[in-house]
Design a protein around this ligand. Structure first.
Ligand SMILES: NC(=O)c1ccc[n+]([C@@H]2O[C@H](COP(=O)([O-])OP(=O)(O)OC[C@H]3O[C@@H](n4cnc5c(N)ncnc54)[C@H](OP(=O)(O)O)[C@@H]3O)[C@@H](O)[C@H]2O)c1
Length: 278
């Protein structure tokens, strides 16, 4: 298949290029070659490439920055996604959209299924959610893939942040009342490679298995790295950030399992594989 990856220079984008290239003819665009906020250019480039599948991984991903720049976040995450969807309609390409656990408010208290009610708390979550709505309004052939707490070798992430902090701090405070599933970009990319082989269109939750708080995640990171640091669990209220975040946003990989795809490995195994590369 011919696959176009939009946002190929991002953390996930890099791994998607590597993994999807094994079995597909892959074309890429970056913000320098295609700014998705330009609808004419988006249509022109997608038409020129005429792909079977477009994997749209570009986004304004600064969750706290989105609170200060809501127009930019909306322009890129909502309207940019609309533009990609409209372009896919012109070429009859299937579209993969990478979305987020932040479309939920976290109040359910147990894992979220794909059909659960969305209610984003933050500007980032709202703009990503409207991206989903634009896709559903415009396309029949789409895979909306919600994932969470991404880390990978091609971008700064929570693991690298913790390791950098430990270089200059004996004590680190990490929030212990937000629960989610850390997800390795390689595992997510492999899952997307499997998904696009079948016309099983719809919404998917795709994360590594098992869940933890940010504090538990940090504890695991330092244990694997063999670094001794005084780690203090704190509440969200004690560690205020500009953007509100869901307290419990574990995503049940329900549709994925029902379609017969294999369970995705635990985040504990995945993070060991990733940390060997550092
Ligand atoms: N990171 C997470 O924890 C997480 C969790 C769930 C879902 N997601 C979603 O997963 C996807 C990939 O995330 P990521 O962490 O790999 O993000 P990332 O590293 O920030 O990559 C996003 C890419 O999009 C590009 N971009 C920004 N504005 C653009 C525009 N107007 N036109 C074209 N490209 C543009 C960025 O370019 P510049 O760097 O030059 O701005 C960057 O290369 C995103 O859709 C994100 O919303 C992320």
């Amino acid at each position: 298949m011919k696959v176009l990856i939009i946002g190929s220079e991002g953390m996930l984008g890099h791994d998607l290029v590597d993994i999807l290239s094994c079995e597909n003819e892959v074309k890429t665009t970056t913000i320098d070659t295609l700014d998705i906020t330009n609808i004419d250019k988006t249509i022109e480039i997608v038409k020129e490439i005429n792909p079977d599948v477009v994997v749209h991984t570009a986004a304004f991903t600064d969750v706290d920055g989105s609170e200060a720049n809501p127009d930019l976040a909306y322009k890129v995450n909502a309207l940019g996604t609309r533009n990609v969807a409209v372009a896919c309609k012109e070429t009859d390409s299937a579209m993969v959209y990478i979305c987020t656990d932040y479309v939920f408010d976290g109040l359910k208290g147990t894992s979220y299924y794909e059909y659960d009610q969305t209610n984003p708390l933050s500007v980032y979550g709202k703009t990503k959610h409207i991206g989903e709505v634009f896709i559903r309004d415009n396309l029949n052939k789409f895979y909306i893939v919600r994932s969470s707490w991404l880390y990978g070798i091609h971008g700064p992430n929570f693991i690298t942040t913790m390791l950098n902090l430990a270089e200059n701090n004996k004590q680190i405070s990490v929030v212990n009342d937000q629960i989610g599933s850390p997800t390795y970009t390689v595992d997510l990319s492999k899952a997307i490679a499997k998904l696009i082989k079948k016309p099983v269109f719809g919404i998917y939750h795709i994360t590594n298995s098992d869940s933890c708080s940010w504090y538990e995640f940090a504890r695991e990171i330092f244990e694997i790295a063999g670094i001794e640091v005084e780690l203090t669990p704190v509440t969200t209220e004690e560690f205020p950030r500009p953007a509100p975040r869901p307290k419990f946003s574990v995503l049940e990989n329900y549709n994925w399992k029902l379609e017969g795809f294999p369970e995705i490995q635990s985040y504990k195994t995945a993070m060991r594989q990733y940390m060997k590369l550092l």
